[in-house]
Design a protein around this ligand. Structure first.
Ligand SMILES: C[S@@+](CC[C@H](N)C(=O)[O-])C[C@H]1O[C@@H](n2cnc3c(N)ncnc32)[C@H](O)[C@@H]1O
Length: 222
């Protein structure tokens, strides 16, 4: 949670957390002084009740607004400076961004922590004019998390992908910054994913398998 919170820049006026659940991310962001106010959004009422209790215990209730709704729908365009989406699958994060793209107007930074399938998110960012500024790999209790930090791009080209000797799909899968300095864990993670995909009978996953084969070949050669 702290690694995600640290991607919110100091001096942020309003940070929105989509899929806030227990509300711990906003507590971390507000208590560290990174943002002045937070908006906790969730699809369900129960998590928002929990987020309210978390904020009360942390003494941040007066700086947190709770909003019920799907994805970015509870936000108004122009009201959040930073939007965080953590702990949802990569395809869901992509769908949330697609469904609420208009509400990202004025947002200066996206902090995204997709669980699995991060390529969907990187693909969306690239296709919608957001530049990837940083990527962090976090390994906690044997689980892998990627945190992606994106900001509005000022031209059609995202420098993160410049001079990278990888095709688009492979770059989206590893991540352009991670590919520049992959760890042992990165390689093992994609070897395990490839092994899993290879174990599934039929041709349905053949395109993904081919991408993963290129990814693993690149990581073994790096
Ligand atoms: C696994 S929790 C993630 C919690 C927290 N963000 C974290 O990283 O620990 C997922 C939360 O997202 C909410 N959620 C799922 N889909 C959503 C959507 N489309 N819009 C808003 N919230 C959503 C769920 O209700 C749940 O509270």
């Amino acid at each position: 949670m702290r690694a995600i919170a640290e991607c919110v820049p100091h001096g942020t006026a309003v940070v929105a957390d989509i899929g806030a659940d227990h509300g711990l991310l906003l507590v971390e962001v507000l208590r560290s002084g990174r943002a002045a106010r937070g908006i906790a959004c969730d699809l369900r009422e129960d998590p928002l009740r929990t987020a309210a209790r978390t904020a009360a215990r942390a003494g941040t209730s007066d700086r947190v607004e709770l909003r019920l709704g799907d994805g970015l729908a509870p936000l108004h365009a122009g009201e959040a400076d930073v939007v965080c989406i953590a702990g949802l699958g990569g395809a869901t994060v992509r769908d949330v961004l697609t469904g609420g793209e208009g509400r990202l107007e004025g947002v200066q930074r996206l902090v995204l922590n997709p669980l699995r399938a991060e390529h969907h998110v990187r693909g969306w960012l690239r296709d919608h004019g957001w530049d990837l500024r940083a990527e962090h790999e976090i390994v906690e209790d044997g689980h892998y998390y990627a945190v992606l930090v994106a900001e509005p791009g000022d031209d059609d080209c995202d420098d993160a992908y410049a001079d990278l000797e990888l095709d688009r799909d492979a770059a989206m899968t590893i991540g352009p910054w991670i590919a520049r300095g992959p760890s042992e864990h990165t390689r093992r993670r994609f070897e395990a994913e490839l092994e899993h995909v290879q174990s599934i009978p039929g041709d349905r996953l053949a395109p993904r398998r081919e991408v993963l084969e290129r990814v693993v070949a690149f990581l073994r050669a790096t």
